[in-house]
Design a protein around this ligand. Structure first.
Ligand SMILES: [Zn+2]
Ligand SMILES: [Zn+2]
Length: 172
């Protein structure tokens, strides 16, 4: 769905969409959408800011990605309210460096319209945890034998940092 700036000048645009997996490209081959993405909300122009669009609403979707530690598929259900801001690239705003930390959720759009699917992708990426792990205490893969340590406890001896320091001291 395209959000047309000209139409927002007349009134806010409402959306209520259900998007099947495969339609939004998350630009990350590790990341999969495993169910319909449901989003509803509104897009409106921010008063007094030239062409700035605020998109707010609610988004729910189940995502799946490989765990950073054990590489098993891990599920990330997202169910969140959101507000994102978009500025036109052309109105002298362009330079991303001018944006301070408080405006981190600021994006840009080119031309006369904003693609809702791009907004939803952005929000899904923001809602995912920085570190994608299947669970807090995931033990990961053993660097020695390559076993998933959540499934099999191996008995490899991994030299700790302290041991290596001790070995260095003995060399002196
Ligand atoms: Zn894991
Ligand atoms: Zn091992």
């Amino acid at each position: 769905m395209l959000i047309h700036v000209r139409e927002l000048e007349v009134r806010a645009a409402r959306f209520d969409v259900e998007i099947a997996p495969g339609i939004i490209d998350f630009l990350d081959s590790e990341l999969r959408q495993t169910g319909p993405l449901k989003a509803r909300g509104r897009a409106e122009l921010v008063t007094g800011a030239l062409g700035e669009i605020r998109v707010s609403g609610h988004l729910a979707v189940d995502m799946e990605a490989a765990c950073d530690r054990c590489l098993e598929a891990a599920r990330y259900p997202i169910d969140t309210d959101f507000t994102l801001y978009y500025r036109p690239v052309s109105e002298g705003y362009g330079d991303e460096k001018e944006i301070d930390a408080g405006e981190a959720e600021m994006g840009f759009y080119e031309g006369e319209s904003l693609e809702l699917n791009d907004v939803l992708r952005e929000q899904v990426l923001l809602a995912l945890p920085m570190q994608r792990v299947c669970r807090e205490d995931c033990k990961g893969i053993c660097p020695q034998c390559g076993r998933n340590r959540n499934q099999n406890e191996c008995h490899c001896q991994v030299a700790s940092v302290d041991d290596r320091w001790a070995a260095l001291k003995e060399l002196k």
